[in-house]
Design a protein around this ligand. Sequence first.
Ligand code: SAM
Ligand code: DTB
Ligand code: SF4
Length: 319
Amino acid sequence: MNWTVAEVERLFALPFLDLLFAAQQVHREHHDARAVQLSTLLSIKTGGCPEDCVYCPQSVRHDAGVERETLLPPDALRELAEAAKAAGATRFCMGAAWRSPKQKDIEQVASMIREVRALGLETCATLGMLTPGQARQLKDAGLDYYNHNLDTSADYYGEIITTRSYQDRLDTLAAVRDAGLRVCCGGIVGMGESVRDRAALIATLASLPEPPESVPINRLVPVRGTPLADAPPLDPFDFVRTIAVARIVLPRATLRLSAGRETMSDELQALCFLAGAGSVFHGERLLTTGNPDVAHDRRLLERLGLIGGEVKLPHDAAA
Ligand code: SAM
Ligand code: DTB
Ligand code: SF4
């Protein structure tokens, strides 16, 4: 279904409980409301990124104290992927601080994908912009998902990144889709954007030729040394509203409660699940910042009667 930005904005304006109720109904229609998919994130190449994303501690333009590291060696990767699997994750996401990978990088990441797959984990990678040929090479290596976020609305985008355009992002998403990969694409809330920008981001995601299977909703992690270090804190209910609206507009997608959980209360996370979040990052680190510890997450899921593990996507069931 096509949504206009104004229609999506009207969802944001609903009374909070009405919005949550509508979102939970949509969630139950399309998903198992007790299931929470668990992915573990690993930075395979950290820091030194030439892009200027204002939120990101890995940009060379900001001094966030992130040590620059070269590509992770295969043995270390295998060990970390095994540990993620033992901790209950079903998907392993590899992130690299690149504007776009070089041919040599693609070959090395392809062998990492094969290693992770051999352990029986699903694979996801986020490596920056891709050409259609690179996307096909990753698909051939067995990659399941590619994460590439639009981050915000086309209108607000220029305030956040100047070194690549919104169209560049859409082109990468098209290359990923055309290669037969599943698309993981979402954004960040709390960067000073308006409700209209949030609505426009969600409407844009829904209007892609095929909407993403997976939609990360990140709450800005304000990192010292980045231009957004002192961004005013977001009203937690506005964060929950964003998830609920995404739930209604993208009914089949798995919504990922992504960055920002470390500073969320258990109660706020429970509201995010009620709004339709069906996935979290499992493991004490995101890329360069922290994430709740595994024991705490396990306990939280247990207290809420949620089940962490694999979640069948609706299109899998139909296949
Ligand atoms: N360099 C690649 C790229 O940007 O396409 C992949 C890695 S990049 C770190 C992946 C995503 O992490 C970004 O698109 C952004 O949405 C998210 N991210 C980065 N820093 C963040 C922060 N401080 N708070 C919330 N999300 C963040
Ligand atoms: C996404 O949307 N969020 C994840 C994942 N995709 C790669 C990254 C969050 C990064 C948070 C900041 C950091 O740890 O450096
Ligand atoms: Fe580089 Fe990605 Fe960070 Fe932007 S978000 S600076 S592209 S690592």
